[in-house]
Design a protein around this ligand. Structure first.
Ligand code: SF4
Length: 449
């Protein structure tokens, strides 16, 4: 039995796609092994969001070949689509496949026998209209499944390479999404995370909308939670917010990219909203549900971001009731409009701003988590047990751990929150979980259900 190892860089969508490629290998009799074990084939699914991709790609290939010097090396993903020649020039690479080709590795790799020169199959992305379904799931736990419902993007923000790497926006028809969701439910998954490049754009070219998909998914039996991985602020309507907050299944967790808290920079970035729109949306959500978790992506050091403009972004964020921040340091990407913009920010300043906002993000997360001390939260427990603790997520995206060696995996139980420790809340299982029995015997009952 041949062995294959995978490594994925980048977003959840990439992870979903790697999982789907992985299932193709399993179906053909391969054994999937860890990258630290010997393997015959190595698949690297790349990302192109930052300039680190190039360096990381080389390092990972070198590391893989140190473990398994004769392994057949395949590179796929956004970076492979954008810079195939660069990747093909890396020592040890055997096959480079683009976005259109990534689910057809078996058509190109033959018997996975190494050649003296790498083979490159990367076609133009402009006319891609087909949707390649994918989903990924946490190994073993069967807790959360990332379900790809949308791909590509038509927005062309000035800093972003994703439309160049993934092509135009396209969606999986509602019927097909429902089928996959039911299948995942039948396999025991409790939570679905709707994933894509621009999920809010779902349905545009197939005569439907994300809201229609949400209403249809609400009816899928046995799925207890549905989360939207991320949604652009201009695409999240009040109607959708109301629906999510009154739904029995949609999580009160919103990840809404902001990118800058300054209108001059937002316009330069070619974003489709202004800070006032963003603030109104966040306040609308929080007025309706103070427990809702709202996270934002921010880019610091975009060309033209002077000290004054950055301070405005900082103030804007301090005042907003956000629960966490994902901070990205701007990096120049080939073929994007921003690469020729003036007002370049020195790398050292970019780093300082990035650290400043990361600290602010930490403070916000801590304050959000702390507001639940002394309250009960339902937690969907995951498979990892570390140091006699098991952890899981609440609907509003709080990581909670409880002292236990027991099998609560893939069960939702109320936890009384006692304290916040770093980026996790600690608590104890509520008594109802166990009725009047002792913890151990009750846990056995839970495990047998
Ligand atoms: S919305 Fe903008 S940042 Fe997001 S994928 Fe599309 S182009 Fe990139």
């Amino acid at each position: 039995m041949k062995k294959v190892a995978f490594h994925t860089l980048g977003c959840k969508l990439n992870f979903a796609e790697t999982s789907t490629i992985g299932r193709q290998f399993v179906d053909r009799g391969f054994e999937v092994v860890d990258v630290d074990d010997p393997f015959d084939v190595f698949i690297l699914n790349t990302c192109s969001v930052t300039e680190r991709a190039d360096r990381e790609c080389r390092q990972l290939i070198r590391r893989a070949l140190r473990h398994s010097p004769d392994a057949y090396v395949v590179v796929v993903g956004c970076y492979a689509q954008l810079q195939p020649e660069k990747i093909a020039s890396i020592d040890g690479v055997d096959l480079v496949v683009g976005t259109k080709e990534k689910f057809r590795i078996f058509d190109y790799a033959g018997d996975f026998i190494k050649h003296s020169t790498p083979h490159v199959f990367v076609s133009c992305i402009d006319d891609v209209t087909a949707f390649d379904p994918a989903y990924s799931a946490d190994v073993g736990g069967r807790t959360r499944a990332f379900l790809k419902v949308q791909d590509g993007c038509d927005y062309h923000c000035a800093f972003c390479t994703i439309p160049l790497a993934r092509g135009e926006s396209r969606s999986q028809p509602i019927d097909a999404v429902l089928q996959q969701a039911s299948l995942l439910a039948a396999h025991g998954y409790k939570e679905l995370v709707l994933s894509g490049v621009n999920v809010g754009d779902y349905g545009k070219k197939i005569g439907t909308t994300l809201f229609e998909l949400m209403k249809a998914l609400e009816q899928v039996r046995d799925i207890q939670r549905i989360r939207i991985s991320s949604i652009e602020p201009n695409l999240l309507t009040r109607e959708m917010v109301d629906f999510m907050l009154s739904s029995g299944k949609f999580c009160n967790h919103f990840h809404i990219p902001l990118q800058s808290g300054n209108d001059v920079i937002l316009k330069r970035m070619r974003r489709r909203y202004l800070t006032g729109d963003y603030r109104n949306l966040i306040e609308y959500i929080k007025e309706r549900d103070s427990a809702a978790c709202i996270g934002a992506d921010i880019i610091v050091g975009f060309p033209g971001e002077t000290d004054t403009l950055f301070e405005e972004t900082h103030r804007f964020l301090v005042d907003l009731p956000l629960s966490y921040l994902h901070v990205f340091t701007y990096s120049e990407r080939s073929n994007t409009p921003a690469i020729v913009f003036n007002g370049i920010v020195e790398p050292k300043i970019r780093q300082q701003r990035s650290e400043m906002l990361r600290r602010l993000g930490y403070i916000k997360r801590h304050a959000f988590y702390s507001s639940f001390i002394g309250k009960d939260l339902p937690v969907l427990f995951e498979s990892k047990v570390h140091h006699r603790k098991i952890s899981g997520l609440t609907a509003n995206y709080i990581r909670v751990e409880v002292p236990s060696q027991t099998q609560l995996v893939n069960e939702i139980h109320d936890v009384f929150i006692e304290e916040v420790n770093g980026d996790v809340c600690r608590g104890v299982l509520q008594r109802e979980t166990f009725g009047s029995e002792s913890e151990e015997s009750a846990v056995m009952t839970v495990g047998l259900e």
